[in-house]
Design a protein around this ligand. Structure first.
Ligand code: UDX
Length: 424
């Protein structure tokens, strides 16, 4: 059992804190956001992540967790200090390290000698080495331990990971950090600091690139009469391609892919080279959103101005309430800018400060009087809705565009003449 401090109690930090506690470590979470700490002290987490609220509440109520809003006087006792603060994109597209720099500056004078600062936040390649050089004169060690958590499956991804990566300049430090995961299955990789940082960026950028390709292939399938479902199946049977991340959609979003692809391409430029594939993936993703907006608009066949449009799904993916960089929000905005009256429903997004978007409590109410329905998040519940119930609420001869290819076209096509799906 180790004594661990987790700094930054967002989606990664809270998952890390709860999971490490489950693994038997003594964990204290620290966040400078007083409102967030106040909520956490009530046993509540400030966002939706399946299973995390229940796990956190159980651990908190059994006094296994300590939540603080200051570093003062406490850091001396920890052997490991995990930095899990956010590294959002700055206006230039580079990762903004303001929170990481502030955390390191604050903890530096307070740490025990020989403590290990573990960077779990996604930081640009070369950052960990810089911090190591800064902290070495205090005999404080640095390791990089990138997370591979997906929203909606964060706890499972932490406790049953495809791999655990620990980067450090010396093997002993890496082994001490890796030992925290002794009770966790999965492949282990010990490598250098820059390699660990690069594995994170390379993995996300490659997944984004794969999706950009899939979305372009789906558009071609629509044009040629091919089926993206069949194409994806055919591709997936090649072990070198794999069967994941082959579903077409309105583009990729979230708090990771957009910022990580942008940072990686800028990192390459900072080192005097270019990652044209990553730049192309970013450009292609933007084009996917515009292409879906245009395909839907031409399917409608009428002027968007004053047209009532229902949207199912606002989050950037299913099983999350996260709308950061959501393609659904991008496309809803494009429709509203053309004068459409947009009403939306999302299973988890219940508040949104977008004046042009009216949120409904359920999917059928969102369809009331609508001349078109656009599905933009792959929530399973959408595939279970009775098409007849939808038809009864919509305007005559509505247009239906399934931007995620998740509804059963055989069940819907008897009721809707103007019915299309991405890639089908
Ligand atoms: C991602 C990585 O998967 C995770 O390993 C990393 O730690 C953080 O970034 P996340 O951002 O939660 O996780 O979302 P992910 O599940 O990867 O989906 C990213 C985007 O791709 C979403 O917009 C999703 O809708 C889209 N997507 C995913 C598709 O359009 N089709 C697919 O088949 C899969």
């Amino acid at each position: 059992m180790a004594r661990i401090a987790v700094i930054g109690l967002g989606y990664v930090g809270l998952t890390t804190m709860a999971a490490f506690t489950e693994l038997g470590h003594s964990v204290t979470g620290i966040d400078l956001d007083k409102k967030k700490v106040e909520l956490l002290h009530k046993g509540q987490i400030p966002f939706h992540e399946p299973g995390l609220q229940r796990l956190y509440k159980t651990l908190f109520e059994s006094s296994k967790l300590d939540i603080l809003e200051s570093y003062e006087g406490v850091l001396q006792k920890f052997e490991f200090v995990f930095i899990c603060v956010s590294t959002p994109s700055s206006p230039t597209g580079q990762a903004d390290l303001v929170f990481v720099e502030a955390a390191i500056t604050s903890v530096k004078p307070l740490l025990a000698t020989n403590a290990i600062v573990v960077l779990k936040s996604t930081v640009p390649i070369g950052t960990s080495v810089r911090f190591k050089n800064e902290l070495t004169n205090q005999a404080i060690r640095v390791a990089a331990n990138p997370e591979f958590l997906s929203e909606g499956t964060a706890i499972e991804d932490f406790l049953n990971p495809s791999r655990i990566v620990v980067g450090a300049d010396d093997k002993q430090t890496a082994l001490e950090v890796m030992a925290l995961y002794d009770n966790v299955p999965g492949s282990r990789i010990i490598c250098g600091l820059a390699s660990a940082e690069s594995i994170k960026y390379a993995s996300n950028a490659f997944l984004a690139l794969k999706l950009s390709f899939v979305n372009e292939m789906a558009s071609l399938a629509n044009a040629t009469g091919a089926s993206m479902a069949d194409i994806s199946l055919g591709m997936s049977l090649d072990a070198r391609i794999g069967d994941k991340f082959l579903r077409p959609g309105p583009g990729w979003g979230g708090s990771c892919f957009p910022k990580d692809t942008s940072e990686l391409s800028l990192t390459a430029q900072r080192y005097g080279s270019r990652m044209l594939t990553v730049e192309a993936a970013i450009e292609s993703n933007r084009a996917t959103m515009v292409r879906m907006f245009e395909a839907f608009s031409s399917q409608l066949g009428i002027d968007l101005k004053g047209c009532k449009i229902a949207i199912w799904g606002l989050a950037f993916k299913a099983n999350t309430d996260d709308v950061r960089e959501s393609p659904a929000i991008e496309i809803a905005t494009m429709l509203a800018k053309q004068g459409a009256r947009v009403t939306a429903y999302d299973p988890l997004v219940k508040r949104l400060s977008l004046s042009f978007l009216h949120l409904e409590e359920n999917p059928l109410d969102a369809c009331f009087g609508a001349e078109a329905l656009l599905i933009l998040t792959e929530a399973e519940e959408f595939s279970l809705i009775d098409p007849l119930a939808v038809k009864e609420r919509m305007a005559p001869n509505p247009a239906i565009f399934d931007g995620r290819a998740i509804i059963n076209l055989d069940a819907w096509s008897p009721h809707f003449k103007n019915l299309k799906a991405v890639g089908q």
